[in-house]
Design a protein around this ligand. Structure first.
Ligand code: TNX
Length: 509
């Protein structure tokens, strides 16, 4: 008996330090925080004989993607295998299971096998993002690291609380070239964001080629806020962006803002103005002065052409029609206009998204109201049977300054430091906007004051990471004190990815 006790103690004293040297899986560094985590003893270790196994040929592209993520920093080949793999060597396995929701996944980490299962490739992709977060942040670097890559054993079962988790980028006030948009897409995908809404047109610039109305870009796309050069996406560029995003399971939602915010179009074609005179190009920031001529047939021919060309290129289900701040459009004309615009979008096989003002109009089934400013409008939309996309400016606007010292950004909705951007929830935001009314969250980044990708990153990061967690993780599982520790680790990951993020003093980076 005594002998046995000593043996047990010996085993314990050997095993305890090993266990302590590894964090528990539940003390993970993942954002968004996963739904459920179960700990087990031991850890999975990547080494030079590790393999990536795909159990279905349809998973081969994702196996490849995973290999590309892990090879540079580890220096390992991580050879791709089908079911003929070497049983004794460490393996990361990708497999289907029909037990999970569309975006859900499960990761089972054992000493020699880490297994990611999901019902869809999207779910597997999200499992891979979580795996990334479970590995030391130097995994993001592009040269070989002197670092062990271990993951504590256990099981993660995960799925999102809301199905729409988005960011919006304004490419109209300042133009961002397609490579910049692609970089933003890559960074959004790391946090399981699944939509990117592109604000393609505004008073200061028209950024998408429309072949039947070429002057929109030739003239209307030639400038930007402050009088810079402007720019636009050819249809080929736009398709490249869509394809790039699709590979990262992000849907692009194009916005043509109307009937206000249309000076770039009004300056390109006389026929869109009620007085048949083109306006001057506009490069200042103030809004609310422009409107399409809502009583003229030409306007609806124009919109039909634009939406047709856009719908042909857009695989996603939505087209955003703007509808905000149309202060120069008489209200009765506005109501009729939004009604007609919805018909046109529906005729081209797409559903409508619009800023909360559109709730003044009749709403078509499946039209979504995007709450940005007025609760009253969102409630009116719900009353009319619409669902709401939540983007309240005070919490979700990425273009607000962090504090009085922030050099870029605006402040009309107040300063928004990262605790304020994180510490709220969709279903508790306003009385009468309940969980079943909400499709999800979107964080807009308006571009009046941002010019470079560094500016973009500075305002988006780290706030967009908190927005991603609000959309994914149920409110009861989220706390600022725990979030800020996980965010500090993400800070190192962002540094390794070269992201110019705001080092808020609220976090011990
Ligand atoms: C309001 S949000 C706007 C935009 C501005 C933004 C600046 C919305 C629907 N309209 O035109 O760029 O504020 O924060």
């Amino acid at each position: 008996m005594r002998h046995l006790l000593i043996t047990v103690l010996c085993i314990l004293s050997f095993s305890i330090p090993t266990i302590e040297a590894q964090n528990l899986l539940s003390e993970n560094t993942v954002i968004p925080k996963p739904f459920e985590v179960v700990n087990r003893d031991g850890f999975f270790s990547l080494n030079s004989s590790a393999q990536i196994k795909f159990e279905d040929v349809r998973l081969r592209p994702l196996a490849h993607y995973l290999q590309d993520l892990l090879s540079p920093a580890t220096g390992f080949d991580l050879s791709l295998r089908d079911i003929n793999y070497v049983k004794d060597n460490p393996v990361i396995a990708l497999a289907y299971s029909d037990e999970m929701t569309e975006e859900g996944y499960q990761i089972d980490i054992r000493k020699t096998e880490t297994r990611i299962v999901a019902s869809t490739n999207k779910g597997i992709f999200y499992g891979i993002q979580t795996l990334r977060h479970l590995l030391h942040e130097s995994i993001e670097l592009n040269d070989i690291q002197d670092q062990e890559y271990n993951i504590a054993c256990g099981v993660i079962k995960d799925q999102p609380d809301y199905s729409y988790r988005g960011a919006m980028l304004d490419v109209a006030r300042h133009f961002f070239k397609k490579e910049d948009v692609m970089r933003y897409v890559d960074l959004l995908a790391l946090y399981k964001i699944n939509t990117l809404h592109l604000h393609l047109t505004d008073d200061q610039g028209w950024r998408i080629e429309i072949k039947s109305w070429p002057n929109l870009t030739a003239h209307g796309g030639s400038t930007a806020v402050g009088g810079g050069d402007g720019g636009f996406y050819t249809q080929e560029d736009y398709r490249d962006i869509i394809q790039y995003a699709e590979k990262r399971f992000i849907t692009i939602i194009p916005e043509i803002d109307m009937p206000g915010h249309t000076n770039s179009a009004l300056s390109s074609y006389a026929v869109l103005n009620c007085d048949h005179k083109t306006t001057e190009l506009y490069t200042k920031m103030r809004v609310g002065f422009s409107t399409l001529c809502t009583t003229s047939d030409s306007t609806y021919i124009f919109i039909d052409d634009v939406i047709r060309e856009l719908a042909e290129m857009t695989p996603g289900p939505y087209i955003h029609i703007g509808g905000d701040e149309s202060d120069a459009t008489p209200i009765d004309e506005y109501i009729t206009f939004i009604d007609k615009a919805q018909t046109i979008v529906n005729n081209h096989g797409k559903k409508v998204l619009g800023w909360d003002e559109i709730a003044h109009s009749k709403l078509y089934p499946n039209t979504i109201v995007q709450f940005w400013r007025k609760e009253k409008n969102a409630l009116m939309g719900i009353e009319k049977g619409a669902k709401v996309l939540m983007s309240p400016a005070n919490n979700a606007y990425l273009d607000m300054k962090y504090d009085a010292n922030t050099k870029i950004g605006l402040r009309w909705a107040g300063y928004t430091d990262i605790d304020e951007a994180y510490n709220w929830s969709l279903e508790d935001f306003a009385d009468g906007i309940d969980k079943e009314d909400i499709i999800g969250i979107e964080a807009p980044l308006w571009a009046e004051t941002i010019v470079t990708i560094e500016d973009l990153e500075f305002l988006a990061f780290p706030r967009i990471i908190g927005i991603a967690e609000i959309g994914w993780t149920p409110t009861r599982l989220r706390q600022w004190d725990d979030y800020k520790l996980r965010l500090a680790v993400q800070g190192k990951r962002l540094t390794n990815l070269g992201v110019n993020f705001y080092h808020s003093p609220l976090v011990d980076w």
